[in-house]
Design a protein around this ligand. Structure first.
Ligand code: NAD
Ligand code: TYD
Length: 361
């Protein structure tokens, strides 16, 4: 039975990954979730699996070497899936230092502790160990508005935001560990995810929540920046496949060939909400394009991201399964069914963040 150490498992992608893994492997795996529970970490995301015998939660900071060391000392970890990070670009523009601490120093601590636990005296590693570093396509910088330009695994790193710079640094550390110590790892660089449990500071859940509560829909700049959207379960599946089939020391890009301008996304959300709400719902009549408001652009706003997933498809056989039309319906249906989740995460600190970010209540 494989034991997985998942960092950041109480966040958006981490919690979806844990659900995916238990659905697929049930009792045949063990998962230890290490998360310090920042504003983005929410144990409510894991309520349905928290009582399993083969799951445990450790509240710890990935920068805390002693805490991480003892997780490795107490458990024979086979696979590390490293999600824990500060993940929001706008927050990184306001407060870059915590991004460097968590994303760079935290990754260094994770790598060191894994190496300490796994390395044998001759410099090789115990059988079957792997460190999967979860990263982003934002490390590659920005593409021109040309439908034929894509990010490949060989594209140069050109990060622009403090978030992507910190993720690029963490990727470089993983690469350095692979080159210097032959440390058994893979890196995955994925495009923008959406789906259940996503914190409403990110474009899609923010727009869904604002539309449902009758708030303005703040579109940055001209709204024509392009992102390549992937349903989160497809990402979870990709990570699982890279763990099992990825060649050690390789990087794999994960993306869905689903590029859309932000304004297109907002319009699809409005149309889908109107389709899905019953006529008797009083919110329906307010959900119109009039809610859209163009606001000041993000500083250093990357124009276009687009992944070429050729390598992961050819080597591993991964392909996205959920088209955007289906994924957005599933996501909206999930938010309809989890209004309390949204109420809980948008109370308190989120209100403060929202007021500061968008200068309104
Ligand atoms: P998230 O912000 O929703 O979750 C991050 C989790 O990490 C939270 O549970 C938080 O409590 C935890 N965490 C933060 N700092 C920590 C620390 N010091 N110690 C322990 N835990 C800590 O992020 P997400 O969107 O789920 O992203 C997960 C990973 O995937 C990140 O590494 C991110 O860079 C990467 N990624 C995200 C996307 C996306 O679209 N969201 C796309 C590609 C890659
Ligand atoms: P986001 O979800 O923050 O992801 P990322 O910046 O990591 O790609 O933003 C996605 C796109 O949506 C990005 O181009 C910025 C834009 N955006 C808005 O126009 N308005 C908003 O309120 C937010 C949060 C994002």
């Amino acid at each position: 039975m494989k034991t997985y150490l998942v960092t950041g498992g109480a966040g958006f992608i981490g919690s979806n990954f844990i659900h995916y893994m238990f659905k697929k492997y049930d009792k045949d795996i063990r998962i230890i979730n290490v998360d310090v529970l920042t504003y983005a970490g929410n144990l409510e995301n894991l309520k349905s699996i928290e009582k399993r015998d083969n799951y445990s939660f450790v509240k710890a900071d990935i920068c805390d070497k002693e805490a991480i060391r003892s997780v490795f000392a107490d458990n024979d970890i086979d696979i590390v899936v490293h999600f824990a990070a500060e993940s929001h670009v706008d927050r990184s523009i306001k407060n870059p230092e915590v991004f460097v601490k968590t994303n760079v120093v935290g990754t260094a601590v994770m790598l060191n502790c894994a190496r300490e636990a796994w390395e044998l005296s001759d410099g090789t590693y115990k059988e079957g160990k792997k460190f999967l570093h979860v990263s982003t396509d934002e490390v590659y910088g920005s593409l021109p508005e040309d439908d034929n330009a894509f990010f490949y695994e060989t594209s140069p790193y050109q990060p622009h935001s403090p978030y992507s710079a910190s993720k690029a640094s963490s990727d470089m550390l993983v690469k350095a560990y692979m080159d210097t110590y032959r440390f058994p790892a893979n890196i995955t660089n994925c495009s923008n995810n959406y789906g259940p449990y996503q914190f409403p500071e990110k474009l899609i859940p923010l727009m869904i929540n604002n539309a449902l509560t009758g708030k303005k829909l703040p579109v940055y700049g001209d709204g024509k920046n392009v992102r390549d959207w992937l349903y989160v379960e497809d990402h979870a599946k990709g990570i699982d496949m890279v763990i099992n089939k990825g060649r050690l020391f390789e990087t794999y890009n994960i993306g869905g060939h689903n590029e859309k301008q932000n304004i297109q996304i907002v319009n699809i959300i409005l149309d889908t909400l109107r389709q899905m709400l019953p006529d008797s719902d009083p919110r329906k009549e307010h959900i119109t394009k009039d809610l859209i408001t163009y606001v000041e652009d993000r500083k250093g706003h990357d124009r276009r991201y687009a992944i070429a997933p050729d390598k992961i498809k050819a080597e591993i056989g991964w392909e996205p399964e959920t088209c955007f039309e289906e994924g957005i319906k599933k996501t909206i249906a999930w938010f309809f069914e989890h209004e309390d989740w949204m109420k809980n995460v948008t109370s308190g600190d989120y209100q403060k963040y929202y007021q500061e970010m968008y200068k309104e209540g």
